[in-house]
Design a protein around this ligand. Structure first.
Ligand SMILES: *Cc1c(COP(=O)(O)O)cnc(C)c1O
Length: 424
């Protein structure tokens, strides 16, 4: 299917039925698979033959979705996980152990920040957070002898910083380490990080990929491009005693990283997606290209409306000509960035709360990046324990409103904002 456009791949990749089989991907709601001989099962365990034996490691419904996502990103393989958090954790543990270090953009999703600063730290893995806008020479100073990877988001949630992916790829590759990109907000429709030098891509599929806010999930995608056999990654280039002495770089070729993640870490950690959630994710992926187009078109119009409104103090959206990230967005996200915008209401915290409570169509939700327009005021919800001063230190102004623009008619979304602003 490699010659088809990405829109066609959204629909047709992954599941390809044979003569007389169901046209639509079935839910293989089975933990287990039957074989006629022990010898056959033995060959599956040796990875000498492809097949399914236990849903913790692989399941036909999940497998079809993994093939589709690998095709969308242009990778050699993918592995779905039970959540985006599990995808980040497994991707990192695949090459990092106690005593290792990684460098991450500071402007990343709050859940990932906690994973890095709290739980990885407890595991003996240290993280240095850097300013993604810093010049290359300054970023280079964060790299150490034991640094195993560089991590960043294509479009940061919620700061909406657009990453200079090539700058980060050069930073990683000059030290012979890989670049991991969380591509959740852009999706492969708007950016394919492998084309700019990223080596591993991860997603929270709970966001745009699912799109309907029905199934939590994550995925790791392997570009197959990184040379793991350079002495820095013995877990991949020396025998795995827990897997009959397999040497992933020797025995799995380009799919070394993703094979190890599955047969070693998914085996041991078990953060497996359910077949039913994989089925729902597949339905979401079938319309990803249409939905992203509408999310971006709507967000652009809402951002332009807000920019002209005198009750609005500031608007942050990479598609606005005045945005600090406009040029980077033109380069990396020419089709559009995402549906999330942030803005400030004149009158600070109190005005923001009054505005939010007056919205009728846009619902107050913690989730982002699904079909329905949603809105969140961090200062009065997720970050309510912080004083105004502490909020600013955390990069969140008291007036900041994060709005995830859905795929409703944009005139209705703007009318809702307008009537809510009328109460101020
Ligand atoms: C939501 C999110 C995650 C975490 O994903 P879950 O599916 O909620 O575990 C990771 N990265 C980004 C950018 C996110 O928005």
């Amino acid at each position: 299917m490699s010659n088809y456009h990405i829109e066609t791949k959204c629909i047709q990749e992954g599941y390809q039925p044979k003569n007389g089989e169901p046209r639509v991907l079935p839910v293989y709601q089975s933990t287990t698979f039957k074989y006629d001989s022990s010898e056959h099962v033995g060959r599956l365990f040796d990875l000498a033959e492809e097949g399914f034996f236990y849903t913790r490691l692989a399941n036909p419904t999940v497998d079809a979705v993994e093939r589709k996502i690998a095709a969308l990103e242009g990778g050699v393989g993918a592995m779905c996980t039970s959540s985006g958090q599990a995808a980040s954790l497994i991707a990192i543990l695949n090459i990092c152990s106690s005593g290792d270090h990684l460098v991450s953009a500071g402007t990343i999703y709050g859940g990932t920040t906690n994973l890095f600063a709290v739980t990885l730290k407890r595991m003996g893995i240290e993280v240095t957070f850097v300013d993604p806008d810093a010049p290359a020479e300054e970023l280079q100073e964060a790299i150490r002898e034991n640094t195993k990877l560089v991590f960043a988001e294509t479009i940061a949630n919620p700061a909406l910083v657009v990453l200079d992916i090539e700058k980060f790829a050069n930073l990683a590759h000059s030290s012979h380490i890989p670049l991991f990109i969380d591509n959740t907000f852009a999706t492969p429709i708007n950016c394919r990080p492998f084309e700019f030098g990223a080596d591993i891509v991860i997603h929270s599929t709970s966001k745009y990929m699912d799109g309907h806010a029905v199934a939590l999930g994550g995925v790791i995608v392997d570009s197959g491009n990184f040379n793991w056999d350079n002495g820095k990654f013995p877990g991949l280039s020396t025998p795995d005693a827990s897997y009959h002495g397999m040497v992933y770089t020797r025995d799995c070729g380009k799919a070394a990283f993703i094979t190890k993640a599955r047969v070693q870490l998914m085996r041991d950690l078990g953060s497996t997606p359910t077949p039913n959630n994989a089925f729902l994710l597949n339905l979401g992926l079938e319309t990803l290209h249409l939905r992203m187009e509408r999310h971006c078109a709507n967000a652009q119009k809402v951002a332009e409306y807000l920019e002209k409104n005198e009750k609005i103090a500031w608007v942050n959206y990479p598609g606005l000509k005045g945005s600090k990230y406009y040029d980077l967005a033109q380069k990396y996200l020419p089709k559009g960035s995402c549906g999330v915008i942030s803005y400030g209401i004149k009158g600070g915290r109190d005005a923001a709360v009054k505005f939010m409570d007056s919205l009728k169509l846009a619902a107050i939700v913690v989730h982002v990046a699904d079909n329905r327009t949603g809105v969140l005021h961090p200062a009065s919800t997720t970050h309510r324990q912080l004083s105004d001063q502490q909020l600013v230190a955390a990069g969140i102004t008291p007036d900041l409103i994060r709005m995830s623009i859905g795929i409703e008619n944009v005139e209705d979304i703007i009318a809702d904002i307008e009537q809510a602003l009328g109460w101020l």
